[in-house]
Design a protein around this ligand. Structure first.
Ligand code: NAD
Length: 381
């Protein structure tokens, strides 16, 4: 079955998980069978937060990560944890909750944690995991603000543990090809980027037959609105593909008067960035409208690149335009391979004692830039 994009998934209120009771879905999908264990060994992941991304994406993605295994779970819902544990062959003694979380320190089956909690909880559980001696793979955005992100980097440094931010697109072949072409000079000096990612958010979502309020609309849990959630993909792609850092930026926010969803976070946000080379970027994100998910890059040789879809879970397509050498590339990277690729990369970094390609410092750069974007739009920090 072709994966749905994340935007479609969220817009449908997580219906892919909710359409049938989870147990039914779990039984209906292919049973989890770990890939053959390589001689170099494997890294045991403790999954912290059993919600949409961990159940629907990351855990199934582990079948594409030969050096990774799901070995423990952290959840506030024992019923959900028991279903997922059975599905992935995790013994009950490796199931934790948020009160006894620190006991993971004594669990030798865990080498790394995967943090898939609401944004404002990333820092607390990343720091506690590092203090428990575990390496940390944390979902994007890295935290709810840059102060929290700084503390995460410092805690992992002090504990001598690795910290990686789950920028799955940086492990996705079409994005990597776009980066290679952009930096090859084929397009000429880079002139302009346009990027969009937005969807119409529902105030609630359904998970395992239960209706839950969407924490993405609560500032205290999300830290911000669509910029933190999906606009970050545009920001990160602009930096990653061009290889340049923004020197200046401007931003505007617009909220529909009276729309109760946007009492605490922004609805529509457009921002622009100028880079030292003269490259500029015009970006947009929204929780009020479906903007699609695109990334375009224009060079001085009348040549361009277009990634569309650019940020979803599968089917990324990279097309060159104008005077650029012909290119129409859709990698065979469907299923949950993006999540498998990032889990595998981090596992290899742990086993081989290498630094991840998307370390905490990379997440921190985006956090600081998003703080500047909000400040430019007049949002008080
Ligand atoms: P979700 O709401 O589906 O899951 C969040 C989990 O946190 C749930 O298991 C929930 O029970 C738990 N939780 C613990 N304390 C909570 C609290 N106080 N309030 C609410 N939930 C609490 O969220 P999600 O969509 O899976 O997102 C989780 C993280 O993953 C976010 O940081 C999000 O930005 C990120 N994410 C990344 C991708 C990606 O493609 N990389 C996709 C989706 C989400």
């Amino acid at each position: 079955m072709k994966d749905r994009t994340r935007r479609e998934f969220l817009a449908a209120g997580g219906a892919a998980l909710a359409a049938a009771p989870l147990a039914g879905r779990v039984l209906a999908s292919a049973p989890y069978a770990p890939p053959p264990a390589p001689a170099a060994g494997t890294v045991g992941y403790c999954i912290v937060g059993l919600g949409r991304v961990s159940i629907g994406q990351f855990l199934p993605g582990l079948r594409y990560a030969p050096h990774a295994r799901p070995t423990a779970l952290v959840s506030r819902d024992p019923g959900i944890a028991a279903i997922i544990a059975r599905r992935y062959g995790i013994e009950p003694r490796h199931i934790y909750n948020y009160a006894n979380f620190d006991r993971i320190a004594d669990d030798p089956a865990i080498q790394a944690v995967y943090i898939a909690l609401p944004n404002a909880l990333h820092a607390e559980y990343s720091i506690r995991a590092a203090r428990a001696g575990k390496h940390v793979l944390c979902e994007k955005p890295m935290a709810a603000n840059s102060g929290q992100a700084e503390r995460m980097v410092e805690a992992c440094r002090r504990a001598g543990r690795k910290l990686m931010i789950a920028y799955r697109c940086q492990y996705e072949p079409a994005t990597l090809r776009a980066r290679q072409v952009a930096r090859s000079g084929e397009l000429g000096p880079l002139q302009m980027i346009t990027a969009r990612y937005g969807f119409n958010i529902s105030p609630t979502f359904r998970l395992m037959g239960e209706t839950r309020p969407e924490w993405r609309l609560k500032r205290a849990l999300a830290g911000g609105g669509p910029l933190m959630d999906v606009g970050i993909y545009c920001l990160n792609a602009a930096r990653f593909i061009s290889g340049q850092e923004p020197a200046a930026l401007q931003a505007e926010i617009g909220n529909t008067p009276g729309d109760a969803r946007f009492r605490e976070v922004e609805e529509n946000l457009s921002w622009s960035m100028r880079f030292a080379s003269g490259l500029t970027a015009a970006c947009a994100t929204s929780y009020g409208a479906s903007l699609g998910e695109s990334f375009e890059l224009y060079g001085a040789r009348n040549a361009s690149l277009r990634l569309d879809p650019a940020y979803g879970y599968s089917s990324h397509r990279l097309v060159a335009g104008g005077a650029a050498p012909r290119l129409d590339f859709t990698p065979d990277f469907s299923g949950h391979r993006q999540f498998g690729a990032e889990a595998e990369h981090f596992a290899r970094c742990i086993l081989e004692n290498r630094e991840p390609r998307t370390p905490g410092e990379e997440g921190l750069r985006d956090m600081r830039l998003m703080a500047r974007i909000y400040a430019a739009a007049g949002v008080k920090g």
